[in-house]
Design a protein around this ligand. Structure first.
Ligand SMILES: [Zn+2]
Ligand SMILES: [Zn+2]
Length: 443
Protein backbone atom coordinates (compact mmCIF):
# COMPACT_ATOMS: atom_id res chain seq x y z
CA UNK A 1 0.00 0.00 0.00
CA UNK A 2 1.79 3.12 -1.13
CA UNK A 3 -0.50 5.87 -0.03
CA UNK A 4 -3.76 6.43 1.75
CA UNK A 5 -6.83 6.39 -0.44
CA UNK A 6 -8.26 9.68 0.72
CA UNK A 7 -9.82 12.14 -1.72
CA UNK A 8 -9.50 15.89 -1.37
CA UNK A 9 -12.39 18.32 -1.71
CA UNK A 10 -12.07 22.11 -1.72
CA UNK A 11 -15.02 24.08 -0.35
CA UNK A 12 -15.20 27.69 -1.56
CA UNK A 13 -17.93 29.70 0.13
CA UNK A 14 -17.98 33.03 1.95
CA UNK A 15 -20.88 31.83 4.12
CA UNK A 16 -19.33 30.02 7.06
CA UNK A 17 -22.73 28.72 8.20
CA UNK A 18 -22.97 26.77 5.00
CA UNK A 19 -19.29 25.81 4.60
CA UNK A 20 -18.54 24.56 8.12
CA UNK A 21 -21.33 21.94 8.44
CA UNK A 22 -20.61 20.65 4.93
CA UNK A 23 -16.89 20.38 5.80
CA UNK A 24 -17.70 18.54 9.00
CA UNK A 25 -19.97 16.03 7.25
CA UNK A 26 -17.41 15.39 4.53
CA UNK A 27 -14.62 14.83 7.05
CA UNK A 28 -16.74 12.26 8.82
CA UNK A 29 -17.21 10.58 5.45
CA UNK A 30 -13.39 10.29 5.20
CA UNK A 31 -12.74 13.18 2.82
CA UNK A 32 -9.73 15.40 3.18
CA UNK A 33 -11.42 18.82 3.26
CA UNK A 34 -9.80 22.17 2.57
CA UNK A 35 -11.68 25.46 2.73
CA UNK A 36 -11.53 28.94 1.20
CA UNK A 37 -13.71 31.94 1.97
CA UNK A 38 -13.61 33.73 -1.40
CA UNK A 39 -13.01 33.08 -5.10
CA UNK A 40 -9.42 34.34 -5.31
CA UNK A 41 -8.26 32.30 -2.32
CA UNK A 42 -10.18 29.32 -3.70
CA UNK A 43 -8.32 29.45 -7.01
CA UNK A 44 -4.98 29.69 -5.17
CA UNK A 45 -5.83 26.65 -3.05
CA UNK A 46 -7.04 24.66 -6.06
CA UNK A 47 -3.70 25.24 -7.82
CA UNK A 48 -1.75 24.34 -4.70
CA UNK A 49 -3.69 21.22 -3.57
CA UNK A 50 -5.19 19.93 -6.86
CA UNK A 51 -8.36 18.58 -5.24
CA UNK A 52 -10.45 15.89 -6.91
CA UNK A 53 -13.55 18.03 -6.36
CA UNK A 54 -14.33 21.71 -5.83
CA UNK A 55 -17.62 22.64 -4.22
CA UNK A 56 -18.06 26.30 -5.09
CA UNK A 57 -20.59 28.98 -4.17
CA UNK A 58 -21.73 31.20 -7.06
CA UNK A 59 -22.00 34.61 -5.40
CA UNK A 60 -18.96 35.56 -3.36
CA UNK A 61 -16.68 38.55 -2.93
CA UNK A 62 -13.27 38.56 -4.68
CA UNK A 63 -14.10 36.16 -7.51
CA UNK A 64 -17.56 34.72 -8.10
CA UNK A 65 -18.21 31.04 -8.87
CA UNK A 66 -18.22 31.52 -12.64
CA UNK A 67 -14.77 33.10 -12.47
CA UNK A 68 -13.53 30.20 -10.32
CA UNK A 69 -14.86 27.70 -12.90
CA UNK A 70 -13.16 29.52 -15.78
CA UNK A 71 -9.85 29.89 -13.89
CA UNK A 72 -9.80 26.17 -13.01
CA UNK A 73 -10.70 25.09 -16.53
CA UNK A 74 -7.88 27.25 -17.91
CA UNK A 75 -5.28 25.17 -16.04
CA UNK A 76 -4.00 21.97 -17.53
CA UNK A 77 -2.95 20.48 -14.19
CA UNK A 78 -6.56 20.81 -12.92
CA UNK A 79 -8.15 19.09 -15.92
CA UNK A 80 -9.31 16.14 -13.79
CA UNK A 81 -10.80 18.32 -11.03
CA UNK A 82 -14.60 18.21 -10.90
CA UNK A 83 -16.52 21.37 -10.04
CA UNK A 84 -19.90 21.35 -8.34
CA UNK A 85 -21.50 24.76 -8.16
CA UNK A 86 -23.67 25.54 -5.12
CA UNK A 87 -26.12 28.40 -5.03
CA UNK A 88 -29.07 29.71 -3.07
CA UNK A 89 -31.05 30.38 -6.28
CA UNK A 90 -32.32 27.96 -8.86
CA UNK A 91 -32.46 29.93 -12.12
CA UNK A 92 -32.15 28.00 -15.38
CA UNK A 93 -29.96 30.81 -16.78
CA UNK A 94 -27.53 30.45 -13.82
CA UNK A 95 -27.27 26.70 -14.40
CA UNK A 96 -26.51 27.25 -18.07
CA UNK A 97 -23.88 29.93 -17.33
CA UNK A 98 -22.21 27.67 -14.76
CA UNK A 99 -22.15 24.80 -17.23
CA UNK A 100 -20.62 27.05 -19.89
CA UNK A 101 -18.01 28.23 -17.40
CA UNK A 102 -16.98 24.59 -16.84
CA UNK A 103 -19.05 23.34 -13.88
CA UNK A 104 -19.76 19.59 -13.84
CA UNK A 105 -22.86 19.74 -11.66
CA UNK A 106 -25.15 22.07 -9.76
CA UNK A 107 -26.63 21.96 -6.24
CA UNK A 108 -29.18 24.26 -4.61
CA UNK A 109 -28.70 25.35 -0.99
CA UNK A 110 -29.27 24.35 1.75
CA UNK A 111 -26.93 21.42 1.13
CA UNK A 112 -28.59 18.12 1.94
CA UNK A 113 -25.78 15.69 2.60
CA UNK A 114 -27.41 12.73 0.84
CA UNK A 115 -27.86 14.86 -2.27
CA UNK A 116 -24.24 15.97 -2.12
CA UNK A 117 -23.10 12.32 -1.92
CA UNK A 118 -25.29 11.51 -4.93
CA UNK A 119 -23.74 14.33 -6.94
CA UNK A 120 -20.22 13.28 -5.89
CA UNK A 121 -20.95 9.71 -6.98
CA UNK A 122 -22.21 11.06 -10.31
CA UNK A 123 -19.22 13.27 -11.14
CA UNK A 124 -16.39 11.09 -9.82
CA UNK A 125 -15.07 8.01 -11.63
CA UNK A 126 -15.71 4.78 -9.68
CA UNK A 127 -12.83 3.43 -7.60
CA UNK A 128 -12.15 0.00 -6.18
CA UNK A 129 -13.93 -0.50 -2.81
CA UNK A 130 -14.98 3.11 -3.09
CA UNK A 131 -11.56 4.05 -1.80
CA UNK A 132 -8.53 2.89 -3.74
CA UNK A 133 -6.89 4.74 -6.59
CA UNK A 134 -8.11 3.89 -10.09
CA UNK A 135 -9.15 0.35 -9.19
CA UNK A 136 -5.59 -0.93 -9.20
CA UNK A 137 -4.68 -4.23 -7.60
CA UNK A 138 -2.78 -2.27 -4.98
CA UNK A 139 -5.93 -0.46 -3.94
CA UNK A 140 -8.02 -3.61 -3.91
CA UNK A 141 -5.49 -5.37 -1.68
CA UNK A 142 -6.17 -2.81 1.05
CA UNK A 143 -9.56 -4.24 1.82
CA UNK A 144 -9.28 -6.91 4.51
CA UNK A 145 -5.55 -6.28 5.03
CA UNK A 146 -3.77 -4.53 7.86
CA UNK A 147 -0.11 -3.59 7.91
CA UNK A 148 1.65 -2.85 11.15
CA UNK A 149 5.18 -1.52 11.29
CA UNK A 150 7.45 -1.03 14.28
CA UNK A 151 9.39 2.26 14.35
CA UNK A 152 10.44 2.17 18.01
CA UNK A 153 10.39 -0.79 20.42
CA UNK A 154 12.42 0.47 23.38
CA UNK A 155 11.23 1.72 26.79
CA UNK A 156 12.40 4.65 28.92
CA UNK A 157 15.08 6.29 26.76
CA UNK A 158 16.51 5.87 23.26
CA UNK A 159 19.47 3.54 23.37
CA UNK A 160 21.37 3.57 20.08
CA UNK A 161 24.72 1.86 19.73
CA UNK A 162 26.39 -1.24 18.35
CA UNK A 163 24.61 -3.48 20.87
CA UNK A 164 21.08 -2.48 19.80
CA UNK A 165 21.40 -2.42 16.02
CA UNK A 166 19.28 -5.53 15.44
CA UNK A 167 16.19 -4.80 17.57
CA UNK A 168 16.65 -1.02 17.48
CA UNK A 169 17.19 1.74 19.99
CA UNK A 170 14.21 4.07 19.42
CA UNK A 171 11.39 4.46 21.91
CA UNK A 172 7.76 3.42 21.33
CA UNK A 173 6.17 4.12 17.98
CA UNK A 174 4.10 1.93 15.65
CA UNK A 175 2.40 2.62 12.34
CA UNK A 176 -0.83 0.88 11.36
CA UNK A 177 -2.50 1.05 7.97
CA UNK A 178 -5.87 -0.60 7.77
CA UNK A 179 -9.33 0.09 6.38
CA UNK A 180 -8.22 3.31 4.69
CA UNK A 181 -6.75 4.74 7.91
CA UNK A 182 -3.25 5.75 8.85
CA UNK A 183 -2.86 5.34 12.61
CA UNK A 184 0.25 5.94 14.69
CA UNK A 185 0.56 4.43 18.13
CA UNK A 186 2.65 6.63 20.43
CA UNK A 187 5.20 9.26 19.53
CA UNK A 188 8.46 7.98 21.01
CA UNK A 189 11.71 8.75 19.18
CA UNK A 190 10.79 6.22 16.46
CA UNK A 191 8.24 8.68 15.08
CA UNK A 192 11.05 10.84 13.65
CA UNK A 193 12.01 8.25 11.03
CA UNK A 194 8.34 7.47 10.37
CA UNK A 195 7.76 11.18 9.66
CA UNK A 196 10.60 11.24 7.15
CA UNK A 197 9.23 8.13 5.43
CA UNK A 198 5.70 9.56 5.22
CA UNK A 199 6.98 12.86 3.89
CA UNK A 200 8.94 11.05 1.18
CA UNK A 201 5.97 8.87 0.29
CA UNK A 202 3.24 11.50 0.15
CA UNK A 203 5.38 14.42 -1.10
CA UNK A 204 2.91 17.32 -1.68
CA UNK A 205 -0.18 15.14 -1.19
CA UNK A 206 -1.99 15.87 2.06
CA UNK A 207 -1.60 13.32 4.84
CA UNK A 208 -4.47 12.69 7.22
CA UNK A 209 -3.55 10.59 10.25
CA UNK A 210 -4.55 9.73 13.77
CA UNK A 211 -1.98 9.55 16.54
CA UNK A 212 -3.07 7.52 19.56
CA UNK A 213 -1.15 8.28 22.74
CA UNK A 214 -1.20 5.64 25.50
CA UNK A 215 0.18 8.04 28.12
CA UNK A 216 2.48 11.00 28.34
CA UNK A 217 5.58 9.45 29.88
CA UNK A 218 8.38 10.96 27.91
CA UNK A 219 9.37 7.80 26.02
CA UNK A 220 5.90 7.90 24.36
CA UNK A 221 5.82 11.55 23.28
CA UNK A 222 9.44 12.71 22.99
CA UNK A 223 9.67 12.20 19.21
CA UNK A 224 6.70 14.42 18.34
CA UNK A 225 8.65 17.71 18.06
CA UNK A 226 10.71 15.98 15.33
CA UNK A 227 7.74 14.62 13.35
CA UNK A 228 8.07 16.25 9.93
CA UNK A 229 4.40 15.91 8.77
CA UNK A 230 3.41 18.23 11.66
CA UNK A 231 5.38 20.98 9.91
CA UNK A 232 3.51 20.74 6.58
CA UNK A 233 0.40 22.95 6.34
CA UNK A 234 -1.46 20.58 4.00
CA UNK A 235 -1.51 17.77 6.61
CA UNK A 236 -4.12 17.00 9.25
CA UNK A 237 -3.07 15.32 12.47
CA UNK A 238 -5.65 14.13 14.94
CA UNK A 239 -4.05 13.35 18.30
CA UNK A 240 -6.10 11.29 20.75
CA UNK A 241 -5.34 10.30 24.32
CA UNK A 242 -6.61 10.56 27.88
CA UNK A 243 -6.13 13.31 30.39
CA UNK A 244 -3.07 12.76 32.55
CA UNK A 245 -2.84 12.62 36.34
CA UNK A 246 -1.62 16.21 36.62
CA UNK A 247 -2.28 17.96 33.32
CA UNK A 248 -4.42 17.66 30.22
CA UNK A 249 -3.07 15.95 27.11
CA UNK A 250 -2.67 19.19 25.14
CA UNK A 251 -0.83 20.94 28.00
CA UNK A 252 1.58 18.03 28.44
CA UNK A 253 2.34 17.76 24.72
CA UNK A 254 2.90 21.52 24.55
CA UNK A 255 4.99 21.48 27.74
CA UNK A 256 7.87 19.49 26.25
CA UNK A 257 8.10 22.05 23.41
CA UNK A 258 8.21 25.12 25.63
CA UNK A 259 11.30 27.25 25.80
CA UNK A 260 13.96 26.47 27.05
CA UNK A 261 13.38 22.80 26.11
CA UNK A 262 12.64 23.34 22.42
CA UNK A 263 12.82 26.28 19.98
CA UNK A 264 9.39 25.85 18.33
CA UNK A 265 6.13 25.82 20.28
CA UNK A 266 3.47 23.19 19.52
CA UNK A 267 1.04 25.90 18.42
CA UNK A 268 3.60 27.18 15.90
CA UNK A 269 3.66 23.87 14.03
CA UNK A 270 1.99 24.64 10.70
CA UNK A 271 0.30 21.24 10.23
CA UNK A 272 -3.37 21.19 11.19
CA UNK A 273 -3.13 19.56 14.61
CA UNK A 274 -6.25 18.73 16.58
CA UNK A 275 -5.69 17.32 20.07
CA UNK A 276 -8.66 15.55 21.57
CA UNK A 277 -8.93 14.18 25.08
CA UNK A 278 -10.84 10.91 25.04
CA UNK A 279 -13.67 10.45 27.49
CA UNK A 280 -15.06 7.10 26.39
CA UNK A 281 -13.26 3.74 26.44
CA UNK A 282 -14.67 2.77 23.06
CA UNK A 283 -14.53 4.94 19.94
CA UNK A 284 -14.00 4.70 16.17
CA UNK A 285 -11.31 5.79 13.75
CA UNK A 286 -13.14 5.57 10.43
CA UNK A 287 -14.63 2.09 10.41
CA UNK A 288 -12.10 0.71 12.94
CA UNK A 289 -13.52 0.21 16.43
CA UNK A 290 -10.98 1.01 19.12
CA UNK A 291 -11.28 -0.13 22.74
CA UNK A 292 -9.08 1.35 25.44
CA UNK A 293 -8.25 -0.23 28.79
CA UNK A 294 -6.40 1.24 31.78
CA UNK A 295 -3.16 -0.59 32.50
CA UNK A 296 -1.09 -1.36 35.60
CA UNK A 297 1.24 1.59 35.29
CA UNK A 298 1.86 4.82 37.25
CA UNK A 299 -0.39 7.75 36.30
CA UNK A 300 -3.05 7.44 33.61
CA UNK A 301 -1.97 4.89 31.01
CA UNK A 302 -4.05 2.84 28.59
CA UNK A 303 -3.64 0.09 26.04
CA UNK A 304 -5.56 0.16 22.75
CA UNK A 305 -7.27 -2.68 20.92
CA UNK A 306 -7.96 -1.96 17.27
CA UNK A 307 -10.55 -4.09 15.51
CA UNK A 308 -9.49 -3.90 11.87
CA UNK A 309 -11.27 -5.84 9.14
CA UNK A 310 -8.16 -8.08 9.01
CA UNK A 311 -8.09 -8.90 12.71
CA UNK A 312 -7.63 -7.30 16.10
CA UNK A 313 -4.41 -5.81 17.40
CA UNK A 314 -3.75 -5.01 21.06
CA UNK A 315 -1.07 -2.47 21.90
CA UNK A 316 -0.21 -2.59 25.61
CA UNK A 317 3.24 -1.00 25.82
CA UNK A 318 3.47 -0.19 29.52
CA UNK A 319 1.93 -2.64 31.93
CA UNK A 320 3.00 -4.50 35.03
CA UNK A 321 1.77 -8.02 34.53
CA UNK A 322 1.24 -9.21 38.08
CA UNK A 323 -1.43 -11.72 39.03
CA UNK A 324 -2.99 -11.87 35.60
CA UNK A 325 -6.19 -13.89 35.62
CA UNK A 326 -7.85 -15.80 32.82
CA UNK A 327 -10.85 -14.38 31.07
CA UNK A 328 -13.36 -17.23 31.02
CA UNK A 329 -16.23 -15.22 29.57
CA UNK A 330 -18.16 -15.32 32.84
CA UNK A 331 -18.33 -12.27 35.04
CA UNK A 332 -19.50 -12.25 38.62
CA UNK A 333 -21.45 -9.00 38.74
CA UNK A 334 -21.44 -9.03 42.54
CA UNK A 335 -17.68 -8.38 42.69
CA UNK A 336 -15.93 -5.23 41.50
CA UNK A 337 -13.70 -5.99 38.54
CA UNK A 338 -9.99 -5.61 39.07
CA UNK A 339 -7.67 -3.95 36.57
CA UNK A 340 -6.19 -7.40 35.87
CA UNK A 341 -9.60 -8.86 35.02
CA UNK A 342 -10.29 -5.95 32.71
CA UNK A 343 -6.96 -6.52 30.98
CA UNK A 344 -7.58 -10.24 30.56
CA UNK A 345 -10.90 -9.46 28.95
CA UNK A 346 -9.27 -6.74 26.86
CA UNK A 347 -6.64 -9.01 25.25
CA UNK A 348 -8.68 -12.19 24.97
CA UNK A 349 -8.55 -13.87 21.55
CA UNK A 350 -6.51 -11.03 20.00
CA UNK A 351 -4.77 -11.81 16.72
CA UNK A 352 -1.75 -9.76 17.77
CA UNK A 353 -0.69 -8.61 21.23
CA UNK A 354 2.20 -6.17 21.57
CA UNK A 355 3.02 -6.22 25.27
CA UNK A 356 5.41 -4.68 27.79
CA UNK A 357 8.05 -7.35 28.50
CA UNK A 358 10.77 -5.18 29.95
CA UNK A 359 12.17 -7.57 32.56
CA UNK A 360 13.24 -11.15 33.09
CA UNK A 361 11.76 -12.94 36.09
CA UNK A 362 14.85 -12.21 38.21
CA UNK A 363 15.02 -8.56 37.20
CA UNK A 364 11.36 -8.17 37.94
CA UNK A 365 11.84 -9.12 41.60
CA UNK A 366 14.00 -5.99 41.94
CA UNK A 367 11.46 -3.81 40.09
CA UNK A 368 8.14 -4.70 41.70
CA UNK A 369 5.74 -1.78 41.40
CA UNK A 370 7.71 -0.03 38.65
CA UNK A 371 4.83 -0.56 36.22
CA UNK A 372 6.52 -2.87 33.71
CA UNK A 373 6.09 -6.45 32.62
CA UNK A 374 8.05 -9.61 33.23
CA UNK A 375 8.40 -11.89 30.23
CA UNK A 376 7.30 -15.06 32.07
CA UNK A 377 4.06 -13.44 33.22
CA UNK A 378 3.39 -11.92 29.80
CA UNK A 379 3.71 -15.29 28.05
CA UNK A 380 1.35 -16.91 30.55
CA UNK A 381 -1.07 -13.99 30.28
CA UNK A 382 -1.15 -14.28 26.47
CA UNK A 383 -1.52 -18.08 26.46
CA UNK A 384 -4.25 -18.05 29.11
CA UNK A 385 -6.26 -15.58 27.08
CA UNK A 386 -5.85 -17.33 23.71
CA UNK A 387 -3.75 -14.66 21.98
CA UNK A 388 -2.53 -15.90 18.58
CA UNK A 389 0.64 -13.87 18.16
CA UNK A 390 2.64 -12.14 20.89
CA UNK A 391 5.29 -9.45 20.35
CA UNK A 392 7.58 -8.77 23.31
CA UNK A 393 7.95 -4.98 23.49
CA UNK A 394 9.25 -1.96 25.47
CA UNK A 395 12.73 -3.37 25.97
CA UNK A 396 14.91 -2.14 28.76
CA UNK A 397 17.63 0.29 27.54
CA UNK A 398 20.20 -1.94 29.29
CA UNK A 399 19.25 -5.00 27.21
CA UNK A 400 21.33 -5.47 24.09
CA UNK A 401 20.43 -7.62 21.07
CA UNK A 402 21.97 -10.75 22.53
CA UNK A 403 20.04 -10.34 25.77
CA UNK A 404 16.71 -9.76 24.00
CA UNK A 405 17.31 -12.82 21.81
CA UNK A 406 17.80 -14.80 25.02
CA UNK A 407 14.51 -13.46 26.41
CA UNK A 408 12.75 -14.47 23.20
CA UNK A 409 14.17 -18.02 23.32
CA UNK A 410 13.08 -18.30 26.94
CA UNK A 411 9.56 -17.07 26.07
CA UNK A 412 9.26 -19.64 23.27
CA UNK A 413 10.45 -22.37 25.63
CA UNK A 414 7.76 -21.43 28.13
CA UNK A 415 5.09 -21.63 25.42
CA UNK A 416 6.40 -25.00 24.24
CA UNK A 417 6.38 -26.41 27.76
CA UNK A 418 2.80 -25.17 28.18
CA UNK A 419 1.85 -27.01 24.96
CA UNK A 420 0.70 -23.75 23.38
CA UNK A 421 0.70 -22.95 19.65
CA UNK A 422 1.09 -19.24 20.29
CA UNK A 423 3.61 -17.54 18.02
CA UNK A 424 6.07 -15.35 19.91
CA UNK A 425 8.41 -12.71 18.47
CA UNK A 426 10.47 -9.87 19.85
CA UNK A 427 9.38 -6.58 18.25
CA UNK A 428 12.08 -5.21 16.00
CA UNK A 429 12.45 -1.77 14.45
CA UNK A 430 11.48 -1.65 10.75
CA UNK A 431 9.74 -5.02 10.94
CA UNK A 432 6.38 -5.22 9.27
CA UNK A 433 3.48 -7.42 10.30
CA UNK A 434 0.72 -8.10 7.82
CA UNK A 435 -2.71 -9.33 8.84
CA UNK A 436 -5.09 -10.70 6.26
CA UNK A 437 -8.76 -11.37 6.93
CA UNK A 438 -9.61 -15.08 6.64
CA UNK A 439 -11.36 -15.85 3.37
CA UNK A 440 -15.12 -16.22 3.70
CA UNK A 441 -16.18 -19.73 2.71
CA UNK A 442 -18.61 -19.94 -0.19
CA UNK A 443 -22.11 -20.99 0.87
ZN1 LIG B 1 7.14 3.54 28.41
ZN1 LIG C 1 5.23 4.78 31.06
Amino acid sequence: MRRLPMRTILLIDDDENCRTPAAEMLRRAQWHVIEAEDGERGIEMAIKHRPEVILCDLLMPRGNGYQVCRAVRARLELRHTKIIVVTGRDYASDRKSAEEAGADDYLVKPIVFEQLLEVLARVLPPRANGAGADGTEEAQAQDGMARLKFWGVRGSIPSPGPGTVFFGGNTSCLELRADGQLIILDAGSGIRALGLALDGEFKDEPIELTLLITHTHWDHIQGFPFFLPAYRPQNRLHILGYEGARDGLAATLAGQMESPYFPIALKQMPGNIVIEELKEMEFHIGSIRVDACFSNHPGVCVGYRLFTSAGSIVYLPDNESVRMPVHNGEDDDALPRTIEQNLADFISDADVLICDSQYTRDEYQAHLGWGHGCVDDVVQFAINNRVKRLYLFHFDPAHDDRFISGMLMHARDLAKKAGSTIRIEAAREAEQVTLVAPAVAAP
